[in-house]
Design a protein around this ligand. Sequence first.
Ligand SMILES: CC(C)(COP(=O)(O)OP(=O)(O)OC[C@H]1O[C@@H](n2cnc3c(N)ncnc32)[C@H](O)[C@@H]1OP(=O)(O)O)[C@@H](O)C(=O)NCCC(=O)NCCS
Length: 443
Amino acid sequence: MGRSGEAKALGVSAFVAWFRAAAPYIHAFRGKIFVLAFGGDAMLREDFVDLIYDINLLNALGVRLVLVHGVRPQVEERLTTEAHYVRGRRVTDAEALEHVKDAVGSVRVDIESLLSVGLPNTPMAGADIRVASGNYVTAQPAGVVEGVDLQFTGDVRKIAVAAIRARLDAGEIVLLSPLGYSPTGEVFNLTLEEVATQAAIALCAEKLVFILDHGDSVDARGQRINRVTAAQVPRLLRDLPEGDMKLYLPHAAHACKKGVAKVHLISADVDGAVLMELFTHAGVGTMVTRQSVENLRTAGIDDVGGILSVIEPLETDGILVRRSRERLEQEVERFFVDELDGVIVGCVALYPFPEASAGEMACLAVASQFQGCGRGDALLGAVEDAARELGLTQLFVLTTRTAHWFIERGFALGGPEDLPAPRQAMYNWQRRSKVLVKKLEPS
Ligand SMILES: CC(C)(COP(=O)(O)OP(=O)(O)OC[C@H]1O[C@@H](n2cnc3c(N)ncnc32)[C@H](O)[C@@H]1OP(=O)(O)O)[C@@H](O)C(=O)NCCC(=O)NCCS
């Protein structure tokens, strides 16, 4: 079909309108990590290649992709004895483990091969995708459940975050299998849903997407569930029939509670479902979001212990100036805290100097395991808003090791002479902190 024929077939105005409307999504997704999980059944479908095309498109748009595949039907096909289940988990004995390894190897090669296509007459033309797979998942035995040893059935113990990020930074797609390795040299069979969920949490993924092979993203009455919050999931699960929706929803809720921004559950039966779900407002699947389990708020006296647990390790390292509990108790109202699932994971304080129209931002800290997900930015935003509300026109901060973080966020290097007089008098010349200043534009 010639170019004008193609445009006619699509409906020119609809195509142009749709493409333009996709721009904000493209901007928002570039550089973000998406974890996309699909079961072994997806690969048995004739239209699996369409999912590969959509993965290729996301990759071309700069989304950093981690794929997680399953192997359930491929393993079942190889098993000679009937599988034994305890509480919904299959017991993996030594023989079954060999079948799992065999199936994983074969499925992984098939996926890598499909992602390697670059034929000129396919959407993969010019793709040149690199796929990275390896020992990124550390596992531990699931142990003995109801008196039955699950043997080589395992749980995720750790995700090699830095190694995966390095591959993603190199522009590669990372492919994870439902297998994990233990430091004792053993291999464990995992579920794809656990690998995908733990990977999304550990990588602070923007999105976790589950492709549903069995059943649609509908409720017990067959009506599509467009959007739910993690808190609504337990009630929803009560009436849901067996199927992938029931299987994946608890993992989706868990991922949201642990910080994954959005989880999508999409039926494999809808052509282009991944694109429609991700690039249109209405979507075609179910989107699970975290309710405000994460709460950025002003601190109260009950938060002193939580704040101390965040700042003490940094005080020990000399990054923050030591504050006694008594001083913190007196000044706690100056603090904002970021609370996740009831635990304080970050804090910051604002000390106003109204006579100089300035405010000092102090004690900005995010607990180490929660860093790198934008919480520092959110805390800074809260302080800036509060300072503006007080009519302050500039914000300053004293730091010894974090100057660049502030400079990248609009602060400029100044000196002690830029501090309001009372603060200048207290400047610690031994610590020689750098002074950074930011002008606050009125909102
Ligand atoms: C600075 C801090 C609050 C940022 O929190 P965060 O939640 O990780 O922040 P964000 O997710 O918004 O930003 C992360 C980015 O900051 C960068 N960053 C972290 N520490 C940095 C530093 N000391 N200097 C420069 N950049 C830094 C990270 O590399 C990351 O960059 P990337 O987005 O390019 O990957 C956190 O690293 C922290 O608690 N540090 C120790 C305490 C401290 O230095 N406080 C400031 C003194 S008042």
